[in-house]
Write a protein that binds this ligand. Structure first.
Ligand code: NAP
Length: 244
């Protein structure tokens, strides 16, 4: 099978955690994997791990905080692949100094938005012309239950105590981005959805999450593989729809 037969998927921040596992599961589903990572060594190592598992994969250098890197990644994919079928906007940060409004540092709030929102929007803008070349493009944004305004407003929610003005607001903004982009693309074959992976043991939370990365990747992979009559503009977890 050559590149044009396989679905081509780019996963950002795929050198570890949920992103690496999404890359693995999409690779096992037969996709050609473009493994996005900002660090060349870590990206190449992760690509080798998947390649050793029999997955068709190559590393693509991509730093969401660096516009030149985003442009270069888009040029690379255009030149070498010609199109992009699936974009998984997985890269994200949670940083020290974030917290409730009275104590969060503005540096932490801005740093979080830089990756989780601005960088994600910029990557999507740069790659959209290539996704439009796909016969059935899919854009999957990785949000969080913490990005749900409805859940944040519910004092009985299990995670009601986790009030991080930078992180939670950046994921709420990502949810809004999903709705706005899905609307813009509603008359194309491109589906734009956002998923809450659930609380998953990764470096983001000091490996405190109760799910494995395989469980954390599950919903993103399902949405990346949606059929052409699937939904667009939805916010879901593996348990079903999430409230906005
Ligand atoms: P993780 O293990 O810390 O992985 C985050 C990934 O994002 C890493 O590959 C990291 O690269 C990359 N990244 C960060 N900033 C980047 C940048 N500027 N450019 C490119 N890549 C960048 O965390 P994770 O838990 O797998 O998180 C994946 C996604 O799931 C995030 O969007 C997170 O917010 C979301 N999420 C996670 C949980 C959870 O419980 N774990 C719950 C809800 C949502 P480096 O290795 O170079 O830092």
């Amino acid at each position: 099978m050559n590149n044009t037969d396989r679905r081509i998927s780019l996963i950002t921040g795929a050198n570890k955690g949920i992103g690496l596992e999404i890359a693995r599961q999409l690779g096992k589903a037969g996709h050609r994997i473009l493994l996005g990572a900002r660090d060349t060594g870590r990206g190449q190592q992760a690509a080798k791990t998947l390649s050793d598992e029999g997955i068709d994969v190559r590393f693509v250098s991509l730093d969401l905080g660096n516009p030149a890197s985003i442009k270069a990644a888009a040029a690379d994919i255009e030149a070498n692949e010609g199109r992009l079928d699936v974009l998984v906007n997985n890269a994200g940060v949670a940083v020290q100094g974030d917290g409730n409004t009275s104590i969060a540092t503005m540096d932490a709030v801005r740093t979080t938005f830089e990756t989780n929102f601005f960088g994600t929007v910029e990557v999507t803008q740069a790659l959209l012309p290539l996704v439009k070349k796909s016969a059935s493009g899919r854009i999957v944004n990785i949000s969080s239950g913490l990005g749900s305004i409805a859940l944040n407003a519910d004092p009985t929610w299990d995670y009601a105590a986790v009030k991080l003005i930078g992180y939670n607001a950046s994921k709420a903004a990502l949810n809004m981005f999903t709705v706005i982009l899905a609307d813009e693309l509603k008359d194309t074959g491109i589906k734009v959805n956002v998923v809450n992976p659930g609380y998953t043991a990764t470096d983001l939370n000091g490996n405190s999450g109760h799910q494995t990365v395989a469980e954390g990747a599950q919903e993103a992979v399902r949405v990346a593989l949606l059929p052409d009559d699937g939904p667009t503009g939805a916010f879901t977890s593996k348990e079903g729809p999430d409230p906005w």
